[in-house]
Design a protein around this ligand. Sequence first.
Ligand code: PLP
Length: 435
Amino acid sequence: MKCDLSTKNFEKSRHYLAGGVSSSLRSSMKPVPLFATSGKGSRLRDVDGNEYVDYLLAYGPLILGHCHPQLTEDLKSQMKKGYTYGLQHAGEIELAKLLVDIIPSAERVTFSGSGTEAVMLALRIAKSFTKKTKIVRFQGHYHGWSDSIFTSFPTADMNNNYSSGGKLTVPGTSGQSEKSLEDIIVLPWNNTEVLEETLYARRNEIAAVITEPVMCNSGCILPKEGYLERMRELTEELGIILIFDEVITGFRLGLGGAQGRFNIKPDLTTMGKAIAGGIPLSAVGGRKDIMALIEEGKVNHLGTLNGNPIAVAAAISTINILSAQHGAVFDRMERTALDLVEGLRNLLEKHQIKGVVNQIGPVFHLMFTNCDVVTSYDEFMTSDSKAYQTFAEKMLSEGVLIRPNGLWYISTEHSNQDVKNTLEAADRAIASLVK
Ligand code: PLP
């Protein structure tokens, strides 16, 4: 695999762009952060002319793959009418109605630009509604990079810049004060007893529990049976707001996200990534009486580009495409994921490499670990991130783009041929780990 031009671009970039990349995570790509030129369907091309089957999918948003023809048309058509107004427009009503119709917990919604912002707003709303200040979050979950919540995120992904050293609420970055995390309580996930104990003991302080409904950011770990149900019961009983962070699971585990799939209604939901197919948009949805704080002017929600017509058109288009044929695309994406997962498990066995693949819908996580199952953050942390990085690098040289450590995302555009090519590449990549 040639990466001379990506290497040159990266060197040049560093003279002007701090760190040479626009998001810290991208610097962890080996052998070098790649420079893309174009994408089509499930394929992405880089400046050196390499073409990859893309399972990174821009860290999630590209649920329709690259340059989906309908989405591209809809974007062009909006572009001709204006790219931002600073006034309200009909698209916002249409998108808000779509979300209220398909997201079980959303009686009212509001828009912003990124998942980080959506989480910031949801936390603010929850604190205002309950007049309490503490937020319970879980080890290994990620809710964006704002100072108020950025902590307890797996080391491996952050290029080893951050190590919790066993202390759970240390800042995730230099420049973030310990004080900013004063209101955060970090608990292990999937542990009902600890949750019960903490919520009962600190009910008068805790405004909200925020959770990824599936621990997608650390091992794609599913909630244990009854765990989210108990979380819902407890929070309701104790006057604590339950926030589902569906930035990954939304529009991916089905149109209604994880809450639709598990049939559990949180009070507030944050959405982002796939919602607009790759154009920046996020949303917070929730109970009418809670979201009323915005209407009443008690909670301020600002943003120059909120409800931007391009992003809104992208979201309407994406959701309509995903809704076609009663959501049949979700079944197809899940089938593709299952084929890959089965193939990867067979390869682990064939090469006698210990590993676990956790999957739900069109996302999965492959880990090299001696554990038989990965159902907790501690088990996830036993996985060999160095070996995985070597595997990812080898896959790249074979024309398959995966995250250096993390989820594999499936789009509507991945084909059986992609699966076949990927498993052939994985066969060689796993074999190379044995030597
Ligand atoms: N919440 C979850 C669950 C995420 O995975 C992410 C990003 O990966 C975020 C929030 C933050 O979203 P963004 O990167 O759009 O700010």
